[in-house]
Structure formats: structure tokens, C-alpha cells
Design a protein around this ligand. Structure first.
Ligand code: AMP
Length: 467
């Protein structure tokens, strides 16, 4: 039996929050990484998303903070804005028992001004993407001399995305006596080289002896000639019960084609690819998390860092060239003890990409018993058609307008709103806008009610998004 969080020597305030979050015991990577990190050692951890790796570095990082000094003590570098937002969220959640904790999210694609201001006021923990952090260091907006711990999260992704030089520049400006933790799903030579350059006698930890995904993920392959791929996808989606699914493609063109074909058959689907601006990427992800779109069709670059609770199906419409990418893709389903299904469309038994994955994970991927599609694609799509359970509403006010989730619930329920609490789903309040999901058939009514009423005595605009 693994030790408890308490036995790992974490402070009571942190143990308590872990308990409240329903974390009964540390995961394997947590059991292995927390003790050396608490002891001040450098750690190189091989673990994938879903292993609990974020808490594995966030908990010891929080324990080491001196909250009385409002200065930068911990920095986490992430490959994408989405991941940075998630990690910062986890820092806030796990740190909610630590009075006065101040964190900042420092990512590109947003004006630097607010970020500079929050740094000037003082933060304990900063989470961000390498380019923006390099800029903030370069302009003197970020003072690195008080830094004690640096975390490189998903280091292999950062290299894949070309952040190597930025990371190097950031690390060069940090104090040499800092602690450095490096987490990566894979440990190719380039990562070992980074570890050598940035770490001192690191403790090596690994969640699995191999790269294998957790046993909770069922993996299958379905054979299809390339020109019948879409029909095979419809067959897979129709034949696999799921509440929400991600379909991964290698190319933006495939994403566009698949999304368009699903949508024109009235299937609830939307795209996530590099061609979308940040606002629309955030919006699609928010709708997906809220159940306002059932099927997300994504490329790897756009899909990085997606963390969706209850995702139960991942389809590889096109198998990736690198087996590590496959492991990363399917790691999105079957998180933290929930089970998931991953189905890959392969060209045929000789598909070398399947062999590559099998070699990496050390386990064969079986051919799915559902076999080849029997009926026409149109019939399969009809079985998938229909609205998603929820529909999202965009509200023109957020945190900076003093809007809180409770205010939105308040505006939608009671005499003014007329909805029941159970009609309202996920609420996401951002700086200047919010999303609320409500039962699909009540969405127009709910938007009308918000437009007619007030939140915190102010008027806001509500717009239906998606369909
Ligand atoms: P990560 O690998 O950091 O992306 O974490 C995957 C998911 O596991 C997150 O949603 C966490 O909230 C959850 N999680 C982290 N640690 C634990 C734990 N000890 N027990 C149960 N769930 C956990």
C-alpha cells in the first residue's frame, strides 16, 4: 500500500485540501517525486498527463514557499497557454489553505501589461510559457534573484514546439542555487541533455517502467483504406458509446474536412486547430468541457494541454508518425482511475505506425471486434445526429467586473431567471467574460433572461455560442 499524503511529510494545510479534493492516496509519481522534492533535490520525472504529475511538483513547491515574503519563489514553464492555465489552477486549488498565496499566469497572446503589473505587486508563484517569460525577464519586469524552484513541465513538448532556446535563455538568468524539477512524458537524448545542463545530481523517478499508458485505457485498431476513413470514423463513433470524444488528426485540412462533414450531418462537433485565434480556441474548449459540443476534432498542436474530465473516447483518425504522440493523445482519456477507450484507424495490418506504438508501449493493439462498417455512412451519421446535452452562453462580464459564478446562477434561477439549479451546468468566469452552460432547450430563454436582467446591478450581454 502506498503511503498517505500525511506520511509524505506534507503540511496539514496541504493534506487537508488533497482530502477535500477526494485524493485518497498519492499516485505513484507523487509517492516517488514528493519526498526528494521536499528534501530540496532536483528531480527528473518521467510521467504522462493523467498520472497526477502536476500535484507531484505543486505540493512540494507550495510547501517550500515563504508566504510572508511576497516575491517570486517558484516558476513553472509549460509548453502551452492551456497547460499553463491548468497548472496555475492546480496551484490555486491545492494552495487554497495557504493564506495570502499570490500566483500569476504569464502567457503570450495577451497584453503583457497586466502581467507586468501583477509582478510589480509581487507574486509567490508564476506559471507561464517560455517566450513570454523570457520577454518579462528581458525587460526587467520579472525579478529572478529570489527564485528557489524552477519546474519544466512537459519538457519534451516544449522542445517539440521549438521552445528550447527560450527555455535556455530563461534558465540562464535564474539563480544557480535554485532547485530544478523536470517532468516529461518521454526522455529522449535532448531531454537528458537539458537535465545535464540545468540540473544537479537529479533523482530519477518514473511512474511506469515503460512508456505504457495506464491499464484503464482500452486500445483498439480498426482497419480502413485511406479513402474510406470518414466512413470508418462514423462507424467507430456510432459503435462506441461515449458522452464526449476527441478525434485527433495529423493535418489541419483533415480537421476541417471531418468537422465539416460531421456538422453538415447535424452531429455535434467542432474543430480545434492552429487556425483558430486564442479566443475561439478557449471558447471551443470551454464548450467541450461543458458538454455543449460532443465531439472535438483536433490537431496535436492545438490539442496539447487539453484536460477534460470524463472524456471517454479518443479516436486517432490518422495515426501520428511518432509513437510518443500516440501515447500522449490517448493519455487524455481514462484519467485518474476512470476508464477510457482509444481507437485508431490504421491503413492495414502492415501499418508501420501501429508497430511503432506497440514497440514503444510493449503491448499489442488488438483489432476491434466491430470490424468494417456494414451500412452506408449516412445511416451511421443519422444515429449520431442531434443536439448536445448543453448549450453555452457567453456573458460580456467576468472577474474584473466582479461577476462570480454564484451571481450567474442567481440571475438564471429564482423569479427573474426561472431556471432550476439542475438546468445549469459548468460556469467558467474569466477576466472579462464568462461562459455558462445550460440545458440545450433552455438556452435561448436563459440568454434572454440575462439580457433582460442585471448581474450585480449591471447589464451584461448574453450571446448563444455554438449550436
Ligand atoms: P495530471 O497528471 O497532473 O494531469 O493529473 C491528472 C488528474 O488526476 C487531475 O485531474 C488531478 O486532479 C487528479 N489527481 C491528481 N492526484 C491525484 C490523487 N492522488 N488521487 C486522485 N486523483 C488525483
Amino acid at each position: 500500500m502506498s503511503p498517505s499524503f500525511h506520511e509524505l511529510q506534507l503540511r496539514p494545510a496541504l493534506v487537508k485540501v488533497a482530502g477535500e479534493l477526494g485524493y485518497e492516496r498519492p499516485t505513484r509519481i507523487q509517492t516517488l517525486a514528493i519526498p526528494p522534492l521536499l528534501a530540496g533535490r532536483d528531480v527528473i520525472g518521467k510521467s504522462k498527463t493523467g498520472s497526477g504529475k502536476t500535484a507531484a511538483f505543486v505540493l512540494p513547491m507550495l510547501q517550500g514557499l515563504d508566504l510572508e515574503r511576497r516575491e517570486l519563489q517558484a516558476l513553472v514553464l509549460c509548453p502551452t497557454r492551456e497547460l499553463a492555465a491548468q497548472v496555475r489552477g492546480e496551484v490555486r486549488t491545492l494552495g487554497r489553505g495557504l493564506p495570502g498565496l499570490v500566483t500569476a499566469e504569464l502567457v503570450g497572446g495577451q497584453p503583457a501589461r497586466g502581467q507586468r503589473e501583477s509582478l510589480a505587486r509581487g507574486v509567490h508563484v508564476a506559471v507561464g510559457t517560455p517566450g513570454r517569460i523570457m520577454d518579462l525577464l528581458g525587460t526587467g519586469s520579472m525579478e529572478p534573484s529570489t527564485l528557489r524552484i524552477l519546474v519544466l513541465d512537459e519538457a519534451d513538448r516544449m522542445l517539440d514546439m521549438g521552445f528550447g532556446p527560450d527555455v535556455a535563455r530563461v534558465v540562464r538568468s535564474l539563480p544557480a542555487d535554485r532547485q530544478t524539477a523536470l517532468f516529461s512524458a518521454t526522455l529522449p537524448e535532448e531531454i537528458e541533455a537539458i537535465s545535464q545542463a540545468y540540473q544537479l545530481d537529479p533523482v530519477r523517478v518514473s511512474a511506469a517502467s515503460r512508456d505504457a499508458p495506464g491499464p484503464a485505457i482500452e486500445q483498439w485498431k480498426v482497419f480502413t483504406p485511406p479513402n474510406e476513413r470518414f466512413g470508418a470514423l462514423a462507424h467507430v463513433l456510432a459503435g462506441t458509446p461515449h458522452a464526449s470524444a476527441i478525434v485527433f488528426c495529423n493535418y489541419k485540412a483533415s480537421v476541417l474536412e471531418v468537422t465539416q462533414r460531421l456538422q453538415s450531418a447535424d452531429v455535434s462537433a467542432d474543430r480545434l486547430d492552429g487556425g483558430l485565434d486564442q479566443f475561439h480556441r478557449d471558447q471551443v474548449l470551454s464548450r467541450f468541457r461543458a458538454g455543449s459540443v460532443r465531439i472535438l476534432v483536433a490537431t496535436d498542436v492545438a490539442g496539447r494541454g487539453i484536460d477534460v474530465e470524463g472524456l471517454d473516447l479518443v479516436v486517432n483518425y490518422e495515426l501520428p508518425q511518432q509513437p510518443e504522440v500516440y501515447v500522449h493523445r490517448i493519455g487524455r482519456t481514462g484519467r485518474a482511475d476512470a476508464s477510457g477507450v482509444a481507437i485508431s484507424l490504421a491503413v492495414g495490418p502492415a501499418d508501420a505506425r501501429v508497430a511503432g506504438v506497440e514497440e514503444l508501449t510493449g503491448a499489442p493493439i488488438m483489432e476491434h471486434p466491430m470490424g468494417a462498417p456494414k451500412g452506408p455512412t449516412a445511416g451511421l451519421l443519422r444515429a449520431l445526429a442531434g443536439p448536445p446535452p448543453m448549450r453555452s452562453i457567453l456573458i460580456s462580464g467576468g472577474r474584473k467586473d466582479k461577476v462570480r459564478p454564484g451571481d450567474i446562477v442567481g440571475a438564471l434561477t429564482g423569479d427573474a431567471g426561472g431556471l432550476a439549479g439542475g438546468d445549469i451546468g459548468k460556469i467558467e468566469v474569466q477576466d472579462r467574460l464568462s461562459y455558462v452552460a445550460v440545458r440545450h432547450h433552455l438556452a435561448s430563454l436563459a440568454a434572454d433572461r440575462i439580457n433582460a436582467g442585471r448581474i450585480k446591478r449591471k447589464r451584461f450581454r448574453a450571446t448563444l455560442v455554438g449550436r
